[in-house]
Design a protein around this ligand. Sequence first.
Ligand code: GLP
Length: 248
Amino acid sequence: MKMQIVRAKDPEEAGRLAADVFAAVIQAKPACVLGLATGSTPLPLYRELIARNARGELDFSGVRTANLDEYVGLAPDHPQSYRRFMQENLFDHINIRPENTIVPDGLAADISAMCQAYEQKIAAWGGIDLQLLGIGHDGHIGFNEPGDAFLVPTHRTVLTEMTRTANARFFASENDVPTSAVTMGIGTIMAARKIVMIVTGRDKAEILRRAVCEPVRPRVQASILQLHPDVTLICDEAAAERLPQRNV
Ligand code: GLP
């Protein structure tokens, strides 16, 4: 197993360390393709990328980005859509070209055709150079929920009750949380040349231990990362509490 575990003191430091990985990839390849994630975990990273761009240290003019997932049924400008999240927390504050950012279309009339087109766009760009991931409390990556299999391509998925409850904090009530989403598949994620997963907070310590230390299985989708050749796991002290002291 080649997972590199980097321990940070707190979420802010985790964000800075992840920004260092992003900066190295962008500097080595100014037209790189970044796979991006939503949720609260990447926010310190996005703040750091915005600051480095403002200081002239990081140039996004050639960068292309593909997001992991989107809720089905939410318009791009809906306050809780992942497109809107990306605009507000990153894209509106850096020098990236709007046409160089893609997020699955949650309103597509034909979701499976949209999923195929999404895969084709990523392939036409030459594949993902660096994929950012968080982890759900049920072990999901993107919105690949626990199940009996690893689903390979971008697809529509039904959200688990655990995920809908966790994400209800962003909506007026749990009933307003969409019941399904479109997510990059496990194959799309695993095809990325490099992966950075950020995990922060004590509430993620147990699922992180299961993902990293227990056998690979679809009940814990993140466990598949054990099979990827270049994963950097950046976690804060609270999330790392149940991990072994040495790299696994
Ligand atoms: C969300 C997203 C995931 C994210 C996860 C954890 O539902 N689809 O991409 O990694 O849940 O979110 P958070 O970082 O807020 O804990």
